[in-house]
Write a protein that binds this ligand. Structure first.
Ligand code: TYD
Length: 223
């Protein structure tokens, strides 16, 4: 059946398996509190006896750290170059770190992944969500998370939490960050089985409990 422009391919199309590992991703606007939740989940799974790899994008590898510096702290980068740099980081990251860890049966938790590019470059930079989804999908060879946690934060709250030191993306306008927020929520709405959206203004322990409850369901489905 052919796709109409209004009905983009399902996010699952061409997805590859993460087995025997488990792949969890945290997404959300700047200042959503992802790092805290990544740490809390990693500690919980670690205590549960799981072998956990925590990583972040951009970054996580030597090349990734260099790309991170260029794209977040360098001079102006044209939007398409920015999209390609984020895609290059992910391609390298998946090949070098994430896929080998999943193949070894580890749990991989990443602070940001493909959805960040769909939201920031696709929606925020207006390069087109579907084009960026295809670019990212190609870069990661169809490897998508078993569960994506979207920590939903308003641009105003995110800005207040971030404080004064801002990188290239963080210092964008509130309109940009509103578009990014909508980008994340649209992705979650399109694939509710693979997402959980949590209000980032809740207390960290409450967020953690909701994430764990949803992860339990995902694990149950895989049994
Ligand atoms: P993050 O690591 O959350 O920043 P911080 O170190 O302040 O916690 O994210 C870095 C920035 O990169 C963030 O503003 C979002 C942006 N980004 C994209 O625009 N596209 C992407 O594909 C990724 C992974 C991040």
């Amino acid at each position: 059946m052919s796709q109409t422009p209004d009905a983009p391919p399902h996010l699952d199309a061409g997805r590859v398996s993460t087995a025997p590992g488990l792949f969890v991703c945290f997404e959300g606007g700047d200042g959503a509190g992802k790092s805290t939740q990544v740490r809390l989940l990693a500690e919980f799974l670690d205590r549960d006896g799981r072998d956990v790899l925590v990583t972040r994008q951009p970054g996580g590898t030597t090349l990734g750290a260099q790309i991170r510096e260029l794209v977040l702290h360098g001079d102006h980068v044209s939007p398409r170059a920015e999209a390609l740099l984020f895609a290059a980081d992910k391609a390298h990251h998946v090949d070098e770190l994430i896929r080998p860890a999943l193949s070894a049966g580890r749990v991989v938790i990443t602070d940001r992944y493909t959805d960040s590019s769909i939201a920031y470059q696709g929606a925020g930079r207006e390069l087109g969500g579907e084009e960026i989804r295809q670019l990212q999908h190609w870069a990661v060879g169809g490897l998508l998370p078993d569960l994506t946690v979207v920590l939903d934060v308003s641009p105003e709250v995110g800005r207040a939490r971030r404080g004064d030191v801002q990188d290239r993306l963080e210092s964008e306008t509130d309109d940009f960050h509103h578009a990014v927020r909508r980008g994340f929520l649209d992705l979650a709405a399109r694939d509710p089985d693979r997402y959980v959206v949590v209000d980032a203004s809740l207390p960290p322990e409450e967020i953690r409990a909701r994430v764990l409850a949803r992860l339990e369901e995902v694990l149950e489905e895989r049994r």
